[in-house]
Design a protein. Structure first.
Length: 377
């Protein structure tokens, strides 16, 4: 017979004392658990036994972890202690992983959080301990098989990405090919500075590193900043603006994300964050894009800065790229296009398999953690 209850009735829930990063000890004997797992080490522990933890602050609110023995648990995680005379810890872990809807307990938009008060009313049901043990064993076995398959799929994804990188590197590793500094094949500049006061709520998109990275990876662009059409037209008339076939490369933070400007793109970009390669001569744009991608590690080595990495224009201008004949460039582009298409198809297929496995996990949890309708009391 299953029993219906609430988290407040069946569990002790609390947030332990938080310690700051400064208080942690790099070579401490005990691990420290924060909102999303282990965040450091300390010379003391505040829990001797493993505890069921739920993230109670930030974007990952509701995530579930289980601590190690003799750990320090901070207040960014909610400790969940069921009445083990009625509910096993492992059964309760599965309840939190899919047997209840934790989104109902999350409050706050800017800073999501879960509180004990918001958790207490959430209802769930549990069977006798012997039946809990059977359910846990069944879920353990099913999840172990799913996890093995997921690990295999993840490994295939990693191998497909490594294959692309290897193919890319080989295409640009011919020492017999003449190298030229980028300054000899294109003009490299940035944009004119746009002040914060010039941002508007709607108009022409204004891109920073993040948005150019999204463009480079074919992702939807989440534009947050705009300038007026009048300002854009004025800047374009005086200083120009990126046009079809020209290249943008991120130069601050995430360095080396490369985007070829497409027809009808209308945007401006942040000075310094992004560098602009224009007036490209004797080099196929796609070849140049692939070439820059293949040497991204070297480009990062050219960057400097304490607070953040920045790639200076002068260093990029001096960077040398192998420049074979135009025919060879087109041959390399064709080879890489085919490799990229094959790998993208493989990644899409493997990604779909991974999503199916996640759905399968949810289905198992739903099936096993809900009592027969006639047995709930």
């Amino acid at each position: 017979m299953w029993t219906k209850t609430t988290l407040g009735e069946s569990c002790k829930m609390y947030q332990p004392k938080t310690i700051s990063a400064k208080e942690m000890v790099s070579d401490g004997e005990y691990v420290v658990f924060g909102a999303n797992g282990i965040i450091g080490r300390y010379d003391k522990y505040n829990h001797t036994e493993p505890q069921l933890l739920v993230t109670c602050r930030g974007a990952t609110c509701g995530s579930v972890n289980v601590s190690e023995p003799n750990s320090w648990i901070t207040g960014n995680a909610m400790v969940i202690q069921p009445d083990t005379s009625k509910i096993s810890m492992r059964f309760m872990e599965y309840v939190f992983r899919g047997g209840i809807d934790l989104s109902k307990a999350i409050t706050g938009a800017a800073q999501p959080q879960i509180t004990r008060k918001s958790l207490e009313p959430i209802e769930f049901s549990y069977p006798p301990l012997a039946e809990q043990q059977r359910i846990v064993a069944k879920l353990d076995a099913a999840f172990a098989e799913i996890d093995r398959t997921t690990d295999f799929v993840n490994q295939q994804l990693l191998e497909s990405e490594a294959l692309y990188v290897t193919t890319l590197t080989r295409c640009f590793n011919d020492e017999s090919v003449l190298r030229k500094p980028l300054s000899e094949i294109c003009k490299i500049t940035s944009s004119k500075r746009v002040m914060k006061k010039d941002y508007v709520n709607d108009g022409v998109p204004f891109y920073r590193t993040k948005e150019v990275k999204q463009l480079a990876n074919g992702e939807p662009v989440t534009t947050e900043l705009f300038i007026s059409k009048e300002m854009f037209d004025s800047l374009r008339a005086k200083f120009g603006a990126p046009k079809e076939g020209e290249i943008l490369i991120t130069a601050i933070g995430t360095i080396g994300e490369v985007y070829i400007v497409r027809d009808n793109d209308e945007f401006y970009f942040k000075d310094g964050n992004v560098l602009w390669l224009k007036e490209i001569s004797d080099v196929n744009q796609e070849y140049l894009r692939y070439g820059l991608q293949s040497f991204v590690e070297q480009l990062n080595n050219l960057a400097h800065g304490a607070a953040y990495s920045a790639l200076p224009i002068q260093r990029l201008k001096a960077f040398e790229l192998p420049i074979p004949s135009v025919y060879q460039q087109l041959e390399i582009v064709s080879r890489l296009d085919k490799a990229f298409e094959h790998i993208s198809t493989l990644k899409d297929s493997l990604g779909a398999k991974r999503n199916s496995l996640d759905i399968l996990k949810s289905a198992f949890l739903t099936q096993e953690l809900q009592p027969p309708q006639s047995e709930a009391v």
